[in-house]
Design a protein around this ligand. Structure first.
Ligand code: C2E
Ligand code: MG
Ligand code: MG
Ligand code: MG
Length: 277
């Protein structure tokens, strides 16, 4: 339509675009205050074996906005990445998760539990990321093996040589790595083999139709076989139904995470679940 009305039709004012910008500016302003105002929380989603034994949790950030209510990470993590606010937020996440590991380590029933923490590209590529993490570990005095860092394929491929160096340093300290959303990125097998990864986390898009879509079933089977022969652990995310769980058990995927066993939940609820056994 703009084209039809000729050269004077250039659009100077698009109310929708204006609304989006205003919204974004407001959100960014609020995001800057959120840490100081204690508006973030970590939710914990159980990671389990087929026996329902809980082996750990993924920590997932939640923002309790004073007016907007609960803001999901997809609505603010990208903005936090763009603005650099992800750096202090990411540190807060690591601090909070490690304090939680510490508290679990003090009890013999929970000391084996691992917490997986999502790390953003910008956070990982900071020059002093290794120092930051080792500082948080020693500050909380925890077993580094209980901390698992979830990285994505795009983060890793961004600067692979530098990434390998950093991962090796963190592995020397004793930290573990999981490759999040595995299968959706473009990592080649040759780069995968160079990376000191402990676990592949099969993306939920392959799990969704696993019982009906033959291709998805084959892909998942292949990822499991590959992880196993490369000496890595494997976990499936987004497991919502008993049929999906049973299918994954049949394929030999030992660990699962998803709404079937539990949604991400506040720590009190997670600990209640642990007590129930
Ligand atoms: P992710 O790391 O791949 O996390 C898995 C997402 O799938 C979570 O969404 C989780 O709530 C959701 N999920 C878990 N089980 C199921 C299921 O059975 N069905 C379905 N449909 N979804 C399920 P969430 O919490 O909204 O987080 C979205 C993304 O935001 C995360 O994807 C991660 O990339 C990012 N994120 C979350 N917390 C953090 C954080 O602390 N730091 C950073 N950098 N990113 C984070
Ligand atoms: Mg994750
Ligand atoms: Mg994921
Ligand atoms: Mg994801």
């Amino acid at each position: 339509q703009a084209k039809a009305s000729g050269r004077n039709a250039m659009c100077f004012f698009d109310p929708q675009m204006q609304t989006n910008i205003t919204n974004r500016v407001a959100l960014e302003k609020d995001l800057k205050l959120a840490l100081a105002e204690n508006q973030f929380m970590l939710y914990y989603q159980p990671q389990v074996l087929h026996s329902q034994k809980i082996i750990g949790a993924e920590a997932l950030i939640r923002w309790h906005h004073p007016q907007r209510g609960l803001v999901p990470p997809v609505d603010f993590i990208p903005l936090a990445e763009e603005t650099g606010l992800i750096l202090p937020i990411g540190q807060w996440v690591l601090e909070t998760a490690c304090a939680q590991i510490k508290s679990w380590e003090d009890n013999e029933h929970t000391r084996h539990l691992q917490i997986a923490v999502n790390v953003s590209a910008r956070q990982f590529h900071q020059t002093d990321f290794v120092e930051q993490v080792s500082h948080i570990l020693s500050h909380n005095d925890i077993n580094p093996a209980n901390l698992k860092l979830e990285l994505t394929e795009s983060l890793v491929l961004g600067d692979i040589n530098n990434t390998i160096l950093k991962m090796r340093k963190l592995r020397e300290i004793g930290i573990r790595f999981s490759m999040d959303d595995f299968g959706t990125g473009y990592s080649s097998l040759s780069s995968l083999k160079k990376l000191p990864i402990n676990q592949l986390k099969i993306d939920q898009s392959f799990i969704r139709d696993i019982t009906s879509d033959h291709d998805d079933a084959i892909i998942v089977q292949t990822i499991i076989a590959m992880a196993t022969s490369l000496g890595m652990e494997v976990i499936a995310e987004g497991v919502e139904t008993e049929e999906q769980r049973a299918f994954l058990e049949l394929l030999g995927c030992p660990a699962i995470q998803g709404y079937l066993f539990g949604r991400p939940m506040p720590i009190e609820q997670f600990e209640a679940l642990l007590k129930k056994g």
